[in-house]
Design a protein around this ligand. Sequence first.
Ligand code: WT7
Length: 635
Amino acid sequence: MSYYKIENLEQYFKHYNKSVREPRKFWGKIAEENFTWYQQWDKVVDFNMADAEIKWFTEAKVNMAKNCIDRHLNKRGEKTAIIFEPNDPTEQALHITYNDLHQRVCKMANVLREQGIEKGDRVCIYLPMIPELAVSMLACARIGAIHSVVFAGFSASAVATRILDSDCKMVITSDGGYRGNKTIELKSIIDEALEKCPSVSSVLVVKRTNTEITMKQDRDIWLQPLLDGASDNSVAEIMDSEDPLFILYTSGSTGKPKGMVHTTAGYMVYSAYTFKNVFNYEENDIFWCTADIGWITGHSYILYGPLLNGATTVIFEGVPSYPDFSRFWEIIEKHKVSQFYTAPTAIRALAKENLEYIQKHHLKTLKVIGSVGEPINEEAWHWYNDNVGTKKCPIVDTWWQTETGGIMISPLAFITPTKPTYATLPLPGVQPVLMDDKGIEIERNQEVGSLCIAFPWPGIARTIWGNHQRYKDTYFSAFPGKFFTGDGALRDEVGYYRITGRVDDVVIVSGHNLGTAPIEDAINEHPAVAESAIVGFPHDVKGKALYGYVILKETGEIRNKENLFKEINQHISDHVGPIAKLDKIQYVSGLPKTRSGKIMRRILRKIAEGDFSNFGDTSTLLNPEIIEEIIAGKH
Ligand code: WT7
């Protein structure tokens, strides 16, 4: 019997139980039957949660790109692997077959090798949502280089931090990128970032917007001529299961961004398995995930998960509002999309628009619709269900994280009965537990606890690049022996999970995980600012928006506050990126701090939400009087 595809609810429970009782047999069989390996593993899993040491498919040899592409060529060579839908709807969409993709990736792999990139080297990819982004990632995977994709909305200093942290040798970028009616000058952002990054010896530049750029001698090279001259014959590198496949940065509540390291075999098995089952993927489905590949959602469900299953995946360059708010619906109709996977923030934004945008398009090819990135509120869930899924498509509310590599808790389309605001049941192999503040497991229903995972699954990130101690401290120390997610959740009487939001200082804005620390650092760099604290507060479209409490330096007269707010937001834009701007700002004379100097954010969060009651235990505060002052100053 095969475990790769779950056929019904009864079988889900069977597979689930098997995965808990005999995880090695369960994952071993899936790995064996659905992928090609150069060499088999010794042990399916080998782990020590106390030391945060986790290995899957030890000693096995494999190549991710071979599994994504070469493996399909016999059967699916002429099948479309990637549909590229450009920003401008009048520009022709591109259908890249598996054969085409193979050729493109092999050429790119040879270019990378000719430029001196070797197995284990880090390559930073800073590209818009164009085919070269996917091709670059797969080419890295083919030659064993570790890709570090940085979302093309990040600022020069944010890119520089990431390049430096993982010591990238090369950057792949483009002259510019289109986003709606804007053109983003990516190359000039890279030029600025590289002033601080001596490790980068070459920059490959894709021509996309024909924006005028400067090419630095001996460093910058146009990519196309190199590709034109490259052979399309490339031998894939034989990789160990635990060789890193990629680094992807995520924000934490403190300090610099964390370079989450995903390794080859476990991530491969997990992203493929979850894609197949959550979305009920069947041959000839057209899958569209609207995320940017620069986030984990794009890595796992635009690129790797779909290609590992030989699927057709859509890469959309643009935004939902360009040329108007019917764009998503137009694309679904045009490309006959079967599965549509987007974020609550997009759903809420589109729900605000006239229904005619959606009604003028046929969405009848859709069979499954999905949500990811933050809790989906009931109203948005119903709008999505009524208007996009027309009550015929199951909504898969998928809970997971950059750290988990793939979907962890989610309905399986057509199998798990859905319930608005509930991510429902764990995938096979995932063992969630809810913990109380004392570190005791909560067995009762309807009680919120810290969501932890008690046993490793193949997709878990293995470490933080260059800082295993931080990995251990962040994820394995709050509840010894368990992986702590940072989220709160409750469980209902049938065992369904509802994610209630972060229990730490991370704020999710428009589905983007924004660490408070880098934003506060950016604010504090403004010469007029002494100190700051930011928290999230509820927002109609973004889910959460940012509220900043700012202490100004005592430089006598404070200048125009309107301008100051703009300048502070510009600082954030420059240091982190435009997505991290504050919606509200309040100038305060102090922040509530504990004796150990830690800002008590839960109080600031309550004030920002307009809830001035029940601040809980404030006995550890050094300056409790500041609370009244902050409330009085709120407008
Ligand atoms: C955080 C992870 C996983 C891809 C996108 C975000 C929140 C994610 C859901 C959901 C409630 C969700 C959590 C999580 N989150 N999906 N379906 N319901 N919350 O990846 O940037 O690593 O953020 O996003 O708070 O911890 P990420």
